[in-house]
Design a binder for this molecule. Structure first.
Ligand SMILES: *Cc1c(COP(=O)(O)O)cnc(C)c1O
Length: 459
């Protein structure tokens, strides 16, 4: 009785395995050169540990695979749709749920209806697809993160919080031009940092006072709710699902990528309370995604997500999820590798600006670091810095506020020994960081350039 142990136990055992392919450093040097030094262009089989994203890459559970067998592919009114809708509404009781194939499809539909030239959309920090979909309509995407959120080293329990003073000021000046205020939980582009319940209540109150809709970009709602449970006074006794329902009750709608916390390999939705807005969005949905009871999804996808939502709010899973991410981040931080602190929910963010201070921001220190992690150890990561955010709507290029490299952890996919290997590789690359050189972009697409750009090393 009374023993406590510190080893993090994965709350599952392995039922079906996928092989990993070993490659040599020379093979990887060739593969990355052939890819134009863009990790998105690699063949996934040439990657050993794939931390490019936690999106759609998680392991599904036995119960999700079983649910897939119940997938009903009826075009309209499938029982899989009703199970999906009930699972979504159980956590997010919005009046209308509109299924889409991914989160960005929900964003595209919503902003096509409410965006447009002259409009402004505030957010704590827009995710890349959210920003692109706002800007594609001619509207302006404004980030209003608290100051602590911009500094990688500052410790704050809720670094994803919205700057409420700045929000109040913007709404007082421009309310007529603001169709919606967004809040991203957790703040993916800003280090996977959570937003406090108090801050969500604050945003909600300000929006309601100004008569402006408040929407959640809720991809990592369960991880955010876990941080509230762990860090916010008075929240530790509540059930995670109860915290999630309160968050939803403070908002007027949401966009969602089911490829994140809901354990889907694909999927998303848009949910709104407003009947007229829902009708406009459904009309667009039918043009681009599909009939409103399946959106862009197969019945089997709807089933996998419905089951995944139940597993996403389980405390044993969330405790393991957040502890195991912190295990990676704290090991790197203890070894002197600069990382965004405190460690976020779904990823560890290396601070390339600090580690590669000798590389100018527009020679992409984050890109240089992520290429090195691949060459040295076969680890695929994602630059979140001047490559992703440097190109401005007016065509100019300017450095992003942070130069980060994200090591995103797919859900329930890698074991602790995989992570121990990642720690070893990052430490080795960090030691050689002074010898790394920057990159020049030699091909740049018009939008979301990080996905398909090509580079050359600067000698
Ligand atoms: C992934 C993500 C999206 C977009 O979702 P997709 O399913 O990839 O289209 C939007 N916002 C945030 C915060 C995300 O993490």
């Amino acid at each position: 009785m009374g023993h406590t142990f510190t080893t993090i136990i994965e709350p599952f055992r392995i039922h079906s395995v996928e092989p990993l392919r070993m490659t040599s450093e020379a093979e990887r040097a060739k593969a990355i050169e052939d890819s134009g030094y863009n990790l998105f262009n690699l063949h996934a089989e040439d990657v050993l540990i794939d931390l490019l994203t936690d999106s759609g890459t998680g392991a599904m559970s036995r119960d999700q695979w079983a649910a897939i067998q119940h997938g009903d592919e009826s075009y309209a009114g499938s029982p899989s749709w009703f199970r999906f809708e009930a699972a979504v509404k159980d956590l997010f009781p919005f009046r209308h749920v509109i299924p889409t194939h991914q989160g960005r499809a929900a964003e595209k539909i919503l902003f096509a209806v409410i965006g447009g030239p002259g409009k402004i959309v505030p957010n704590n920090t827009h995710f890349d697809t959210t920003r692109a979909n706002v800007e594609a309509t001619g509207a302006e995407a404004v980030d209003l993160l608290i100051a602590e959120g911009h500094d990688a080293a500052t410790i704050h329990p809720f670094k994803g919080n919205m700057d409420l003073v700045a929000l109040e000021r913007l709404l007082a000046q421009r309310a007529a031009d603001i169709p919606v205020v967004f809040l991203t939980i957790t703040n993916n582009s800003g280090g996977g940092q959570p937003v406090s319940l108090e801050n969500i209540r604050g945003v909600s109150e300000i929006c309601r006072r100004h008569g402006i809709a408040f929407f959640l970009d809720s991809c990592r709602f369960a991880e955010n709710a876990w941080f509230i449970h762990e860090r916010e006074p008075g929240q530790g006794e509540r059930e995670i699902a109860d915290i999630v329902r309160e968050i939803a009750s403070l908002a007027d709608g949401m966009t969602m990528s089911a490829k994140k916390d809901p354990f889907g390999n694909i999927g998303g939705w848009l949910a709104v309370n407003d009947d007229a807005l829902a009708e406009q969005c459904r009309n667009l949905l039918i043009l681009t995604e599909g009939f409103p009871t399946y959106g862009g999804l197969a019945g089997r996808d709807l089933e996998a997500i419905a089951q995944g939502l139940k597993e996403a709010v389980h405390p044993d899973y969330l405790r393991y999820r957040i502890q195991s991410t912190a295990y990676l981040g704290n090991a790197l931080s203890d070894a002197g590798v600069p990382v965004v602190l405190p460690i976020g929910g779904h990823a560890v963010y290396l601070d390339a600006k600090a580690l590669l201070a000798h590389v100018a921001p527009l020679e992409y220190p984050g890109q240089a670091l992520s290429v090195a992690l691949y060459q040295v150890g076969g680890i695929r990561s994602c630059e979140i810095g001047s490559v992703m955010f440097g190109r401005q709507p007016d065509g100019s290029e300017k450095p992003a506020s942070m130069e980060l490299v994200r090591l995103a952890i797919p859900r329930r996919t890698y074991t602790q020994s995989h992570i121990d290997y990642v720690i070893e590789v990052v430490k080795a690359v960090a030691k050689d960081a002074p010898s790394l050189r920057g990159y020049r972009m030699v091909h740049e697409p018009r939008a979301l350039r990080h996905f398909t750009a090509r580079y050359e090393p600067i000698r």
